[in-house]
Design a protein around this ligand. Structure first.
Ligand code: AMP
Ligand code: GLY
Length: 425
């Protein structure tokens, strides 16, 4: 089977790495990919929202299955584009259509969905510029800390949490006046949830589902979870506090009502649902849905799958997920993200990377890299490479990830040295 993966990050490299192990695989392509995917697949120079280009390429190369990595093409309707075209509809696309993608594309939609289907979540109200005064009054009636969320996609930057009422008010005004463009023309003011976060990943074909290993990512740039938010600086799977009893609650109180809700809304959903959860005194609350796998969570979830991922995705595409076999490696997987100096602020690209040949006992998932002209690998993004490893314990896995992180070098390299700090002992 010929497969096309859409995207260019560590997540897409992890998809390519896992799919590449399948005996069912014919040719593997990644659009646009990175220097890591180029080693195991053919990169195709197409933008993730160039649906015409992706469609034309898919016909030319007899692609049977497309995995969509990031949210942007899903929210923009890549799945609808294939479904609604006679000559493309036989190609299985793993990822929801536009309607399903609203679970991530609109936080107002997803909050109403959670309320309607009884999924536990923080209480919230949504405001726009014409109801700004009501929003300001609402803030006054709420307790600190205040959580403001842009309704639309804002590349992970659309959430502001502050304990200062004045700051919350000025942020609400700025957001509604266009701080995040159209994404913040509606803003949710949400009850603050305190607890410990984790992510649970579900693959569904609209009828059946499988729950993948849980993971925890480390979003802040600085140690001890300080400083600005990033795309993710590292991850661990499994999450020790997410024991069987807690995960059973997640399945009963969150996963099942979510999938029932999708069905009741007439949303035919084939793809991943990434559920961001807060564990509050042993009870799960949904912080957000994403309609794709996480990055860097995929880089710790997939190394733990003892399964033919391509076969599972193919079954999902045929609505036969009930036939899928999935074994989970009981070991712990960790990943440490190496980033460019200055990230998540401005940073330089094009730095020569060295040390690949010294890596041992790790899987290096490229995130922002590209091939240079004379065989060098160059940095090409804020997040550069994720060093994943498996170990009998989290400490043993981290030891390997960190040994690998020391081996790779480039000008401006930075990584957090405390991944997993809150999960120890
Ligand atoms: P999101 O973009 O919805 O994932 O939010 C980004 C981060 O903000 C989350 O990972 C949480 O750490 C935090 N966050 C979002 N909503 C809440 C909330 N209601 N209470 C506490 N923290 C939150
Ligand atoms: N690591 C968080 C995300 O993929 O959204």
């Amino acid at each position: 089977m010929n497969v096309l993966i859409v995207g260019s990050g560590g997540r897409e490299h992890a998809f390519a790495w896992k799919i590449n192990q399948s005996p069912k695989l014919g040719n593997l392509f990644v659009a646009p990919g990175n220097a890591g995917t180029a080693e195991i697949a053919t990169n195709v120079n197409l933008d993730v929202t160039d649906f015409e280009g992706i469609a034309e390429f898919s016909k030319k190369e007899d692609i049977e299955l497309i995995v969509v990595g990031p949210e942007v093409p899903l929210v923009a309707g890549i799945t609808d584009f294939f479904k609604n075209d006679e000559s493309l509809k036989s190609i299985k696309v793993i990822g929801p259509d536009k309607q399903g993608a609203l679970l991530e594309g609109s936080k107002d939609f997803s909050k109403n969905f959670m309320v309607k289907y009884g999924v536990p979540a923080a209480k919230s109200q949504t405001f726009n510029l014409s109801t700004l005064e009501d929003g300001l009054k609402y803030l006054e009636s709420e307790k600190a800390p205040y959580v403001l969320k842009a309704d639309g996609l804002a590349a992970g930057k659309g959430v502001i949490i502050t304990s200062d009422l004045g700051e919350a008010k000025s942020n609400l005004k700025e957001m509604l006046e266009g701080k995040f463009g159209d994404a913040s023309s509606n803003v949710l003011i949400e009850q603050h949830l305190s607890g410990i976060e984790l992510s649970v990943f579900v693959l569904t074909d609209g009828e059946d589902y499988i729950i993948l290993p849980s993971a925890k990512d480390y979003k802040r740039i600085g140690e001890g979870d300080s400083g600005l938010n990033t795309g993710g600086m590292g991850a661990v799977s499994p999450v020790p506090f997410a024991d069987e009893a807690f995960l059973k609650k997640v399945e009963e109180k969150v996963v099942k009502p979510t999938l029932n809700g999708l069905k009741s809304e007439g949303i035919d959903y084939t793809g991943f649902i990434f559920i961001g959860l807060m564990n509050m005194e042993g009870e799960p609350y949904v912080i957000e849905y994403n309609v794709r796998m996480g990055d860097p969570e995929t880089e710790v979830v997939f190394p733990r799958l003892d399964a033919d991922l391509l076969e599972i995705l193919d079954l999902a595409g045929q609505k036969k997920l009930s036939e899928a076999n999935l074994e989970i490696d009981p070991r712990t997987a960790t990943t440490v993200m190496l980033v460019s100096g200055g990230y998540p602020g401005s940073y330089e690209k094009g730095k020569v990377m060295t040390g690949f040949e010294e890596l041992e006992e790790v899987i290096a998932f490229h995130a922002g890299t590209k091939d240079g002209e004379n065989g060098d690998v160059l940095t090409n993004g804020g997040r550069v490479i994720a060093i994943s490893a498996l170990g009998e314990t989290m400490e043993k896995a981290l030891e390997k990830s960190y040994r690998g992180a020391e081996k790779i070098n480039y000008d401006g390299k930075y990584f957090r040295k405390d991944i997993g700090f809150d999960l120890k002992g």
